[in-house]
Ligand binder design. Structure first.
Ligand code: ADP
Ligand code: TRP
Length: 328
């Protein structure tokens, strides 16, 4: 039977496809880290997923380091939580093959990453890795008997596909795989970028986490606002600055700023400065830890290696069960 942990198991991955930003922080990293007290946590760097788009080896190595150091700087406790690189656990790609054999083409045709590339006419970027991306992601989840997958809303479909694959496997071969649930925090399901669209590296509207304060401030100053004059009342609910402010503020702070918007006399420049200060204060200590880890990459490497060993032990047991179930 499944290798039931004492506490429910949470697992999530971040692709090293760019420098982590505020959308990743609020949508994925913080909600995941908040589970460390109540769950057995497995967090990893999705290096093989990044390979569907990344072609520069030096840059890929750098970004893998950045994502790992980001987890640690923001509070991942390596004593309790397992942190590893996806490519250090070959059992996952082994499971991906087996799950791929149970997944129909019509299912993969519906996956967002693939559908979006087709819709944008970008057929040249569609490789077999991108097309089968949801299968590898399902293997990530199912290899570790995961109960809960904390992700941003854009990943919901992928987690649902993993559920379907687990259920299909269990129907055909008997109860073998744990069926996971996505966990999505509605409040931060879609963090807006500086232009109001979903914050994303691919839109260039993101605010990177580890910018030095001066550059960070500049990004906040670049938030797009309308032309309402300084003295006029303003609507917080349609303002990109306020949309970000409320995600970092206490309810009291947000209510206070909203009242000042409505009263008039508050310039957008002031509001931008306030949200910058809030975010800067929140990131100050993590930033120091991040810089410390950058100065000592060997610490990050050691944690990743120890994590990979723990992760492999768990995945190996699942794979043994799976192989037996399918008749191998
Ligand atoms: P990007 O869209 O910038 O490429 P990723 O796809 O690498 O970001 O996202 C990594 C994680 O961060 C995922 O769990 C995703 O759901 C979450 N995430 C990314 N952008 C946002 C956002 N704007 N709001 C909420 N969550 C986000
Ligand atoms: N696809 C996810 C993203 O782009 C990253 C990811 C890969 C993941 N494997 C995962 C997330 C498994 C959760 C569980 O953000």
């Amino acid at each position: 039977m499944t290798d039931a942990p004492t506490r429910p198991r949470a697992l999530t991955g971040i692709q090293p496809s760019g420098t982590p930003h505020i959308g990743n922080l609020l949508g994925a990293i913080e909600p995941a880290l908040a589970l460390q007290d109540s769950h057995e946590c497995f967090f990893f760097v999705a290096s093989y997923h990044a390979l569907t788009t990344q072609r520069d080896p030096a840059l890929l190595r750098e970004r893998i380091f950045e994502v790992a150091a980001t987890w640690l700087a923001l509070g991942l406790d390596p004593e309790r939580t397992v942190l590893w690189n996806q490519h250090a656990v070959p059992e996952v790609t082994e499971l991906a093959w087996i799950l791929g054999c149970l997944t129909s083409k019509s299912t993969l045709d519906k996956a967002h990453a693939f559908k979006d590339a087709v819709a944008q006419g970008k057929t040249e970027v569609i490789n077999a890795g991108l097309y089968t991306y949801p299968v590898l992601m399902a293997a990530d989840i199912l290899a570790f008997d995961t109960n809960v997958v904390p992700v941003g809303k854009d990943q919901k479909q992928h987690v649902e596909m993993a559920r379907d694959m687990a259920q299909r496997f269990n129907r055909i071969y008997g109860e073998t795989l744990v069926v996971p649930e996505p966990s999505i925090q509605e409040r931060v399901a879609t963090v807006p970028g500086i232009d109001g669209r979903k914050m994303s590296k691919s839109y260039g509207n993101h605010i990177e986490l580890w910018l030095p304060p001066k550059k960070l401030r500049k990004r906040f100053m670049a938030i797009v606002t309308d032309a309402t004059p300084l003295e006029a009342p303003k609507d917080p609910d349609t303002c990109n600055v306020f949309a970000l402010y409320r995600l970092f503020a206490t309810p009291e702070q947000a209510a206070d700023l909203a009242a000042r918007y409505r009263a008039g006399g508050l310039g957008y420049g002031h509001a931008k400065q306030e949200v910058f200060e809030l975010v800067d204060a929140r990131l100050r200590e993590p930033r120091e830890r991040y810089l410390e880890l950058r100065a000592h990459p060997e610490r990050v490497e050691a944690i990743l290696e120890a994590g990979a060993e723990r992760a492999r032990r768990v995945a190996r047991r699942t794979l043994d069960r799976v192989r037996t179930a399918v008749g191998l």
